[in-house]
Design a protein around this ligand. Structure first.
Ligand code: CS2
Ligand code: MG
Length: 409
């Protein structure tokens, strides 16, 4: 089966997405997600200018060879743009192979290891009243596990809280990339945050009980000792995980955090290769791998990471906000269903315009996701609907501290 065409589709229904559609001489097409929030055009160019010309005429069934060829023949290795472009090709080829086999993709990955995929949703609020309402909203929507993010007194705009000024009118969904020509500046104060968060979880546990799995995203903003302090202060509230507690380019920094707290740690949504995780996994400095299929070289790339993680009892906790497209989300779900060391899956509902562009077969019932039984990924794209929503510049915010120092967002 030969590749005859590869089309890069940039579309912006509710937000920007990059999708690769590969067509074969047997009429089977496959889709891959190449979305990198705020850098979509970089991936689109990498694909269009440097990858698509290499694909035409290749045997579509040779997925691992394509992966190794694209990884090694570029000379320059790793990085979010490169690995997202490789992911788009990889997932499209897996989609094609599964369609040719007449099976849902997870069957080609070893079949189902569970009946459904436990998901967590994003609850948030500017104060406890809004937060409690948001938690109830997500529980009524079927979520059994809940991420908790809140505003912090003294800070104008905090990651993860949609109801604050400037974050759009959506009450419950938070799209961090704002449609502006340049990134927007936000403020931050770690001391205020560390003072506030334990009281939030005290109140949530008191209101919602000890059972419901609660998660929290530190979003890369603390030093290791600050992260250790927060992890320790949250131990009474028995979190499912504390995410991105400290920037982890220096993987050894997590040794300090681990020495001080038993709160489970999740890291890696900004990582794109197994080398970013090597110390974290080998020394069991984390409990969950946060990457998405879209940013780690696809199913072939992330499977390598998760199989390495399984040897050290580290589980998956795949990234699944709205900037992972329905194509990328479906790929993650097929992998979630098949691997043994599954942990949990992040899930934000995509917007109505996005759902007009991408026809999906995933289901979400009683807190569990399933990719569906359609051959392939189970996602189709409406090219006319995609074309109706051209790209719009949109960027993630950045932080500055009170003294003007730029800080991790
Ligand atoms: C967040 C993301 O979902 C998460 O855990 O960290 O929403 C992140 O802010 C965005 O994906 C960045 O594109
Ligand atoms: Mg996160």
């Amino acid at each position: 089966m030969r590749i005859t065409a590869a089309d890069v589709i940039v579309s912006s229904p509710d937000r920007n997405f990059v999708t690769l559609q590969i067509t074969t001489d047997e009429g089977i097409t496959g889709l891959g997600d190449g979305t990198l929030n705020g850098r979509e055009l970089a991936v689109a160019s990498y694909l269009q200018d440097h990858v698509v010309p290499l694909l035409i005429g290749r045997d579509a069934h040779r997925i691992e060879d394509a992966w190794q060829f694209l990884y090694r023949s570029a000379y320059w290795r790793r990085g979010p743009v490169t690995m997202t472009a490789i992911a788009a090709v990889d997932v499209a080829l897996w989609d094609i192979k599964a369609k040719a086999a007449g099976m849902p993709l997870y069957q080609l990955l070893g079949g189902a290891s569970r009946d459904g995929i436990m998901a967590y949703g994003h609850a948030s609020g500017r104060d406890l009243e809004e937060l409690f309402d948001s938690i109830r909203h997500h529980q009524e929507a079927g979520f059994r596990s809940i991420r908790v993010q809140t505003s912090v007194p003294g800070i104008d705009a905090v990651y993860g809280v949609p109801s604050q000024p400037g974050a759009g009118e959506k009450r419950y969904d938070y799209e961090p990339a704002q449609r502006t020509a340049l990134p927007v500046e936000e403020d931050w104060d770690t001391a205020a945050y560390l003072r506030h968060i334990p009281s939030v979880f005290e109140a949530v546990r008191s209101e919602f009980g000890a059972e419901v799995p609660l998660l929290h995203d530190g979003h890369h903003r603390m030093t290791p000792i600050q992260a250790a302090r927060l992890g320790k202060s949250l131990e009474p509230y028995d979190l499912f995980w504390l995410e991105d507690c400290t920037p982890a380019e220096n993987q050894e920094a997590l040794r300090l955090v681990r020495q001080h707290t038993t709160t489970p740690l999740a890291i890696g949504e900004v990582f794109n290769s197994v080398w970013d995780y090597q110390t974290l996994i080998r020394e069991q400095l984390i409990d969950y791998v946060r990457s998405s299929v879209t940013h780690t070289g696809g199913i072939s790339g992330l499977r390598k990471i998760l199989d390495f993680a399984a040897q050290y009892q580290v589980k998956s906790g795949l990234h699944g906000p709205t900037d992972i497209s329905p194509v990328g989300m479906a790929a993650s779900l097929h992998l979630d269903l098949a691997i043994h060391n599954f942990g949990i899956q992040e899930y934000m509902h995509h917007g109505s315009l996005t759902n007009e562009v991408f026809r999906q077969s995933l289901t979400f019932e009683d807190g569990l996701l399933h990719p569906g039984e359609q051959p392939g990924l189970g996602v189709e794209i409406d090219l006319a609907a995609a074309a109706a929503h051209p790209y719009q510049p949109a960027y993630l915010p950045f932080n500055r501290l009170r003294d003007g120092t730029v800080h991790d967002w």
